[in-house]
Structure formats: structure tokens, C-alpha cells
Design a protein around this ligand. Structure first.
Ligand code: COA
Length: 564
């Protein structure tokens, strides 16, 4: 079928639906919802059999939904309506929620139902839930709805609140009044729920040192205590704030915008507050090994099980600043000292990595210099992985990765990927040539032609398609927990295999041959020469593209790479 995806942004769920439907042989078009006339023109030109909206915040005009079947993905169970479904689900501590595919009609979210799928509400931020459990349920519901539409004999179910399985309701916008934290009264559990319901957007509006900030993220602290509402510690850019019965970590802040003031965006909390306000608040570090046994906030955790080392990293939004790259490199070097032959890298859930930290760069006094420092730190990390010859290193991708984050994964010997992950192995949309030794690792894996195509087309690649072209080695279905159970089993098997010693000998040999053929330093120098031009050259698009990305500037039209 010819299916036109209409979306407010080509976000991860839209990319996932795109990859899944393309894989099933449908002809896909994408149109960003940037105006009714643009949409009308695109519908007339594409002549879709079906219009599908995986993530839409505006209404489809009546002349389109009367002439075509338009299916809307709504992140709520049957009967749920309104713009803040997931916020309410988390706020009210719902154990289970749903995704419903409905037909567009005049009234928002009130059309006949084509499919509805439940999912468990994990204890995590709203965006993380969206990219994982919601996305998985949405794909199941979309595939079922598309199949039903294609069959031609399915009658969608009218929304009927008298039905027993229609348990949702119309709810208002989840405004800041519902999110407000009362630090003198709210328990840690309540504070965390409010933070999770607002993460990553819009954050919880609050006050610190007499100024208004949006709080982003939120993690329990198991040991530190203090007077409710006070800041009691900092760690790796985050601040810890005491509650009535414990404390929570706040990794990122966004200053509230003042009328006429500059546009602001979120950044590590200690960067936003600055050293003067934080004078007297102690930095309380935790080692990756200690963090693995505690219920505290840490971007790094290290543990060993049955001969396998696991270095877990979890960076908000998958973005890795210069400092974060350096800390991960230090933890990686420590892990390399351990007597294990197999080392697994990757977060428990969500983004593996999205490359250099564009927000931190945007906020720097000299963005070009900070871009340079960040890419250099990233390259140092990748180089350390590439030159590890006494261990088998596995990248485990429970979630999505993009740009330098994909190339970071490729530095390992093997890349294992959850079936739901979406990879964007390209840099061009950010105006960058790219580094992270991608000119060495990508063609080695997929061949030069495919590497050229992937970086030229700049389209997302689903995990199964990535497996088929050799971009990843193993694709595992199921939830993030099931993925990790499978990763642990396979890694332990690898660690116990008699062939491991021989495999490490061969690894060392291959690296030496590759080095003799063309040293890693040459790849690095060539890539960085191009990146230097991107960062420091005149008329380079990178700085404007980064600014647009960080400030979430809406494009004027659907980007050309999505129109093909
Ligand atoms: N630096 C800073 N923030 C980043 C980031 C980066 N490299 N990559 C993603 N983010 C942030 C987004 O701003 C967004 O923030 P929000 O939750 O406050 O809105 C969040 O991460 C999720 O990203 P979003 O774009 O909403 O998610 P998505 O899953 O729909 O799309 C990507 C993911 C990776 C395709 C898209 O974010 C992207 O293109 N990122 C930039 C990749 C890049 O060019 N990196 C630099 C070169 S190495």
C-alpha cells in the first residue's frame, strides 16, 4: 500500500513506524504537519491508500479525513482523550496503560477504534516510557490496524463508554498546577512521580535560590539527607535536593524564560546554577562499582557476573559532553584492568548514545572550541575501545542510537541490538562530516557502497534491517529486560567458550594487520581535518543546524531527505 505518514516531527516513534512498514513492503511517504495547504498538496501528489499519524499534535483538516482514511496513534487506552495522556498515567501511578489507533473524525481522539494495545507503565520518565513501552505497543497496534485496513473487511469499533473495555476518559492538559512540588510536604515518591510525568518535557517549574527553573529528570538517593527543599550535594553535573523523607537527584535544569529574555534550554544542573550559588554544596562522588550496588543516581555503573564485566552508562538524551566522555573513558580503562575476558557496554534501557552534547556546546562561550573538545574526547573513548585487544567487547543497544553514538557502538567487536531500536548512522543532518573513526568501522562492517548510501540517504535503520546489512551482529526481540536477559546469557556463553583464547589471538592479529595497512591515527586525522572545517570554517551549516536543533526551531517544510 501507499502509506503517507503525517507527523509533527520525524521523531523516534515515527521513524520506527516508518522502518517497520517499509520492511513489510509498503511504499512510505512522510509529511511533517506544518500547515493544512502543504498537507493537502502532499496528499494530492502522493495519492495515499492510507494516511497514518504516529505522532501528531494538531488536527487533520476535514476535507482530508473525509476523502481518505486517516488513522491517528493516541498514547492512551480506549476512551482516553486529551493532550497529556502519558503525564496523567504516570501522575496517577497507573500500572498499565495503552496505545489506541483511532480514525480521525471532527472530535479529537473520539473516532472509531482500529486497534488498541496495552503496555506496562515502567518506573521511568515519560519520554523514556514513550521511546520504549509506548513505542513497542504503538508498533503492534499500527501493524494490526494496517493489516485490518488492508483486509478491506474490518469495521472499526465506535467509541462507546458503555463498553466494559472502554475505561479511559477525557482529561485536561496536564498544566504546571498539577506538577507543582511542595518540598515541605511531598514524599520522595510523590516528588519522583511528578518529575517523571514531566520528563523530558516540559519539566517541573520550581524555585531555587529565588529564581525559577524547570527541573528535568529525577532519581532517588538512598543515603544523603537534609532539610527538605535544600540542595545537599552535587555529582557529575547533577544536584541532590532533600525531601521530607529522603532526597532526589536532579540532573538537568532549564531556567524559566523571562519576558523578552533569550530562549533557554536544559543543561546539566550545576552548569546552570554555577559555582557561586553552589559554594558550600559538597560534590559527593560515587564509583561505578559502588553505584552498581546502590539506589542512587550515577551515569556509570560497573559490575561483574560469571566472568563478564558490564559497564553501564546512561546519559540523559543519549548526549555525551566532553566531561561525560572523559568520565566514561576513565571507567572503561578501569574495566579494562579487570580480570574478565568479555566486556559489555551499554545502558539498561533507552538511548545508547546520540553523540556529542549539542546543548552543552550551544551554551559554551566558544561553541566551535567546545565542539572540538567534545569530539576529541569522544574519539579518545572510541580509540580506547578499538585498541582493546585482550577482551571481547560487546556494545549492547537496548534502545536507539544516532550519529556518533552509532559509531561509538561500532567500535566494539560485536553489536547486539534490541529489535525495537532505531539507528541513525549518519551526521549530515547536523552539517557534520563525522568522526569516531567511522570511516574505519562503518565500511568494514557494511562495505563502502552501503556505508556511502547510509550516510547519503540519512534515513533511520530498524534493528532487523541493520542486522541484514551487517551493521549489527545480533538482533534480540522483547522488552529491555528480556533483551538484557538474552545479552547476559550470550555474553556468559562467550566468556566460557573454549574458542575464546583463540578468538583473542585473532583479534590482536587483525588489529595489527589493520594498523599496518592504515594506522588509526590516519583515520582520526582525516576525519578531524573535516570536522575542524565544519566547526571553524566560514559558511558551514553546522552552527545554525545545531542552534535550530537545541532551540527546537520548526522547519519551514518537510526536509528533502524525507520526500524521496
Ligand atoms: N545533544 C543534545 N541533546 C540531544 C542530542 C544531542 N546529541 N541528541 C538528542 N538530544 C535530545 C533532544 O533535544 C531531545 O530533548 P528533549 O527530550 O528535551 O526534547 C531528546 O534528546 C530526545 O531527542 P528527540 O529528537 O526528541 O528524540 P528522537 O528519538 O525523536 O530523535 C535523534 C533522536 C537522535 C534522531 C535526534 O535527537 C537527533 O538527530 N539528535 C542529534 C544527533 C547528532 O547530530 N549528534 C551530534 C553529532 S555526533
Amino acid at each position: 500500500m501507499r502509506i503517507l505518514l503525517v507527523a509533527s516531527a520525524f521523531n523516534s516513534l515515527t521513524q520506527r513506524v516508518h522502518a517497520e512498514l517499509r520492511e513489510r513492503g509498503h511504499r512510505l511517504g512522510v509529511e511533517l504537519a506544518l500547515g493544512n495547504d502543504l498537507l493537502r498538496a502532499r496528499v494530492a501528489q502522493f495519492e495515499p491508500d492510507l494516511i497514518l499519524a504516529p505522532m501528531l499534535t494538531t488536527a487533520i483538516p476535514e476535507d482530508i479525513w473525509t476523502a481518505h482514511t486517516v488513522l491517528i496513534v493516541h498514547p492512551g487506552p480506549k476512551g482516553d482523550r486529551g493532550p497529556s495522556s502519558l503525564d496523567w498515567a504516570i501522575h496517577e501511578d497507573a500500572p498499565e496503560w495503552g496505545v489506541t489507533v483511532l480514525q480521525a473524525v471532527a472530535e479529537m481522539d473520539a473516532g472509531p477504534i482500529w486497534a488498541s494495545e496495552p503496555f506496562p507503565v515502567r518506573t521511568c520518565g515519560k519520554s523514556e516510557l514513550y521511546r520504549n513501552e509506548v513505542a513497542d505497543a504503538a508498533v503492534r497496534a499500527v501493524l494490526l490496524a494496517v493489516e485490518r485496513f488492508e483486509s478491506g473487511d474490518f469495521t472499526p469499533e465506535p467509541l462507546d463508554y458503555d463498553r466494559e473495555d472502554v475505561r479511559g476518559q477525557l482529561r485536561p492538559y496536564h498544566a504546571q498546577e498539577f506538577r507543582r512540588i511542595d518540598w515541605a510536604a511531598d514524599s520522595t515518591e510523590t516528588v519522583l512521580r511528578k518529575l517523571r510525568a514531566a520528563d523530558s518535557q516540559p519539566g517541573v517549574l520550581d524555585e531555587l535560590f529565588g529564581k525559577r527553573y524547570f527541573l528535568h529528570g529525577g532519581h532517588r538517593e538512598d543515603e544523603l539527607r537534609g532539610a527538605p527543599g535544600t540542595l545537599i550535594a552535587t555529582r557529575d553535573g547533577a544536584v541532590c535536593r532533600a525531601t521530607t523523607d529522603g532526597a532526589v537527584w536532579l540532573p538537568q535544569l532549564r531556567p524559566a524564560r523571562t519576558p523578552g529574555g533569550p530562549v533557554v534550554f536544559k543543561r546539566p544542573a550545576t552548569d546552570v546554577l554555577g559555582p557561586d550559588l553552589l559554594a558550600g554544596v559538597p560534590e559527593v562522588p560515587v564509583s561505578p562499582t559502588a553505584a552498581a550496588t546502590r539506589d542512587t543516581w550515577s551515569e556509570l555503573r560497573y559490575r561483574e557476573e560469571n566472568g563478564v564485566g558490564y559497564l553501564e552508562f546512561a546519559f540523559a538524551s543519549g548526549a555525551m559532553s566532553t566531561d561525560q566522555c572523559r568520565r566514561l573513558l576513565a571507567a572503561y580503562r578501569q574495566a579494562c584492568e579487570r580480570p574478565v575476558d568479555v566486556l559489555v557496554l551499554g545502558p539498561a534501557r533507552d538511548f545508547f548514545s546520540n553523540g556529542i552534547h549539542l546543548n552543552v556546546i550551544e551554551a559554551a562561550d566558544d561553541a566551535a572550541e567546545e565542539s572540538w573538545r567534545n569530539i576529541t574526547a569522544m574519539d579518545d573513548l572510541v580509540e580506547a575501545i578499538l585498541t582493546t585487544t585482550d577482551k571481547v567487547v560487546i556494545s549492547a543497544l537496548a534502545g536507539n542510537a544516532a550519529a556518533g553514538g552509532v559509531m561509538l557502538a561500532l567500535a566494539a567487536d560485536e553489536v547486539w541490538c534490541r529489535e525495537s531500536a532505531i539507528l541513525n548512522p549518519h551526521y549530515r543532518l547536523m552539517g557534520l562530516y563525522g568522526s569516531e573513526y567511522w570511516t574505519y568501522t562503518l565500511p568494514k562492517r557494511v562495505g563502502q557502497d552501503t556505508a556511502d548510501r547510509l550516510t547519503r540517504e540519512t534515513l533511520p535503520v530498524g534493528a532487523r534491517a541493520a542486522g541484514a546489512i551487517g551493521l549489527v551482529d545480533r538482533v534480540v526481540s522483547g522488552s529491555p529486560a528480556e533483551f538484557w536477559a538474552s545479552v547476559r546469557g550470550a555474553a556468559e556463553e562467550l566468556a566460557a567458550a573454549p574458542e575464546l583464547t583463540e578468538r583473542l589471538v585473532q583479534k590482536k592479529q587483525r588489529r595489527a594487520e589493520d594498523e599496518a595497512n592504515k594506522p588509526l591515527s590516519a583515520y582520526r586525522a582525516e576525519e578531524l581535518a573535516q570536522m575542524r572545517q565544519n566547526f571553524f570554517g566560514a559558511d558551514e551549516p553546522y552552527h545554525q543546524l545545531r542552534r535550530n536543533f537545541v532551540h527546537k526551531v520548526c522547519p519551514q517544510a518537510t526536509p528533502a531527505h524525507l520526500l524521496a
